[in-house]
Design a binder for this molecule. Structure first.
Ligand code: CTP
Ligand code: MG
Length: 168
């Protein structure tokens, strides 16, 4: 794979990363924190998603991710519908990750390595693949290779500047 396609891919996936980071950055200024699962429990007695997944976070992620994509369209680097799908996919994947963690009885905020870093980006790509245009396997692999170090680094920075209580 050429370097230029790696760079193009990183620009393409940007709305997904921005969407995922937005709730963490904005959470302290949300006037309300409404859990997506409304506090409800699943059949196993654990929360469906937990208090870490809120409507405010989900919606702000979709808005900011799509806004970044919209800015990129002015430079012919993205499409508005594509960036919306990537942003929604990222937030859905984030929820899917929490759903899986709760089923494994992992409490909100506790780490599940790999799943914490990868569900959002894989879900975003899969949704784009399903709704807009096919994405070849090598790009899924590339997304994993890029996301793992990037996510660890950005979460560590978020921890240092006290946006997150734990470095994952
Ligand atoms: N957040 C939010 N709404 C979302 C996603 C994230 O409000 N849809 C905020 C929450 O304050 C959350 C924080 O961003 O605590 C960090 O996100 P994340 O690490 O994904 O959630 P966790 O609290 O670690 O919960 P989980 O164990 O379910 O991943
Ligand atoms: Mg977390």
């Amino acid at each position: 794979m050429e370097l230029s396609s790696v760079v193009s891919f990183m620009i393409f996936i940007l709305p997904c990363y921005i969407a995922n980071a937005t709730p963490v950055i904005l959470k302290n200024i949300f006037p309300f924190k409404t859990p997506i699962d409304f506090g409800k429990k699943f059949f196993d007695g654990m929360r469906i998603l937990g208090d870490g997944k809120t409507y405010e976070g989900f919606i702000s992620g979709v808005i900011v991710g799509s806004l970044i994509g919209t800015i990129l369209t002015y430079f012919d680097l993205h499409t508005i519908h594509g960036s919306i799908v990537l942003s929604v996919g990222a937030m859905l994947g984030d929820c899917l990750g929490s759903f899986i963690k709760r089923r494994f009885k992992i409490p909100r905020g506790k780490a599940l390595p790999l799943l914490d870093q990868l569900t959002f980006v894989i879900t975003a790509l899969a949704l784009y693949n399903f709704l807009i245009a096919s994405i070849s396997l090598e790009y899924y692999v590339l997304s994993i290779l890029i996301t793992l170090p990037l996510h660890l680094l950005t979460n560590y920075i978020a921890y240092i500047i006290k946006l997150k209580e734990v470095p994952w």
